[in-house]
Design a protein around this ligand. Structure first.
Ligand code: UD1
Length: 418
């Protein structure tokens, strides 16, 4: 199990290139099963979640591999419709494959998915949506088995704007007969990216980015090459990092538009930002003011995937902050670890009450999930003294080459393979 050794206290200066969005790449890879032609996805981050998705595609009979920084999927010979437990448990996004596998093979069998342990993470809305398109679903012995002779378009009203359910229903709808309408759809930029990818291989989807998505079913999709949008969560993580450590950092390839909710908080913290279409520069003297209140919301609200990192920032902002997590039940698991570093945080139900301290101090801490793990790295970089962050396999699920990127801007961080 790898760990990071971090000597905190360095200011950060320089540039970081932002990877393609993990949360775009995963559903796009799931979508490649819909066509038997070759698909090339450009600049795919080398993260564990992608590697696991490639393993799942291979298990379905696709050829799925890296070629340089691109990923190529050839699914002409795909024939298996079953995703075994060991793989599905590694990757929550395996559930997105239900929509595309049922479309292609009229059958799908998948073990209940895994992913970050950040709460209950039900999939009832995915299954309700698929049923509305004519899929028969059987849930038994930890497996979901789906069957459908013919998918038929229908209107689906989501009880809440779930990202995964919206994407799964889109994947089933693109080849269903007739029109599928998803109401109360999630509006995350990655949904629009999935729409753009699907349209680039011949689908007819519109409305993504708004609450209503309309899909006209097609009988055949083609291949092509596609470049996903930049990863707004990776970019947000490094913005918060620079704010906490102080210095001046430019994120190349980051989109300011997709990060407005964070950028406005960072202004409140006292940071200076220069926001362009394809790069964001942040300047901070490391002396931050508390933001009073941060509340996670579906897009365009403050992203739950940046909540842990923002809580870490609050721990060294002067004054009191309240961070409210509205999406997932157990997303404060990093808090006891931050407390080992001297943070003053009290969690009650969905809220973390944070009183800013002058400095955090280095400690040995354990990553419990992907974003919480990233928050610990940021805290350690901003702290005085030496920290060890253990269990960084969680971080490797979503950040490519984190230690290289941070070292390039002056962070003192090394990976130790134990
Ligand atoms: C996706 C992202 C994840 C992000 C989350 C919210 C990917 C691979 N993952 O996860 O990084 O944190 O969006 O932005 O894109 N819900 C139900 N029933 C369902 C589905 C969801 O009640 O069937 C609830 C969840 O419990 C949660 C809320 O809806 O409270 C949002 O979850 P959802 O948007 O589905 O998150 P994911 O797609 O799992």
């Amino acid at each position: 199990m790898d760990k990071y050794i971090i000597n905190g206290g360095n200011r950060l200066y320089g540039h970081i290139s932002i990877q393609s969005a993990k949360n775009s790449v995963l559903p796009i890879l799931a979508a490649t099963v819909l066509t038997d032609e070759k698909v090339v996805i450009a600049d795919v981050p080398r993260i564990t979640d992608v590697r696991n998705m490639l393993k799942i595609l291979q298990c379905l009979g696709c050829r799925a591999y890296y070629s340089g920084n691109d990923v190529i999927v050839e699914s002409a010979d795909a024939g298996n419709y079953e995703i075994p437990g060991a793989l599905a448990h590694e990757l929550r996004s395996s559930v997105f494959l239900l929509g595309s596998v049922i479309s292609r093979f009229h059958k799908a069998k998948i073990a209940y998915p895994g992913g970050c342990d950040i709460g209950l993470r039900p999939i009832d809305l995915h299954l309700k949506g698929l049923k509305r398109l004519g899929v028969k679903i059987d849930e038994r012995n930890g497996f979901i088995t789906c069957e459908s002779d013919k998918l038929c378009g229908n209107e689906i009203m989501l009880d809440c704007p779930s990202v995964g359910a919206t994407e799964n229903i889109m994947l089933a709808g693109v080849m269903a007969e007739g029109t599928t309408v998803i109401k109360n759809a999630a509006r995350e930029p990655e949904i629009e990216d999935l729409q753009n990818f699907l349209n680039s291989i011949g689908a007819d989807v519109c409305g993504a980015g708004s609450g209503t998505i309309v899909i006209e079913g097609k009988t055949r999709l083609s291949g092509g090459r596609y470049r996903p949008i930049p990863d707004r969560i990776e970019a947000g993580t490094y913005l918060i990092c620079a704010a906490m450590c102080g210095g001046k950092v430019t994120l190349d390839g980051a989109s300011g538009e997709m990060l407005s909710s964070l950028i406005h908080k960072l202004y409140e913290n006292g940071c200076k930002l220069d926001v362009k279409d394809d790069k964001i520069t942040i300047e901070s003297d490391g002396r931050l003011h508390a933001v009073k209140s941060v509340e996670t919301q579906p897009y365009p609200g403050f992203p739950t995937d940046l909540q842990a990192q923002m809580t870490a920032l609050c721990t060294i902002s002067s004054g009191n902050s309240i961070v409210t997590e509205n999406l997932f039940e157990t997303r404060f698991k990093f808090v006891p670890e931050l407390k080992k570093m001297g943070a003053d945080i009290v969690v009650a139900d969905r809220c973390a009450f944070v009183s800013g301290v002058n400095k955090l101090r280095g400690a040995t801490v354990v990553a419990q999930d992907l974003r919480g793990g990233a928050a610990l790295v940021l805290a350690a970089l901003a702290a005085t003294g030496r920290s060890e962050v253990l269990n960084i396999s969680h971080i490797d699920r979503g950040y490519s080459e984190m230690e290289y990127k941070l070292r390039a801007i002056g962070g003192d961080i090394v990976r130790i393979t134990v």
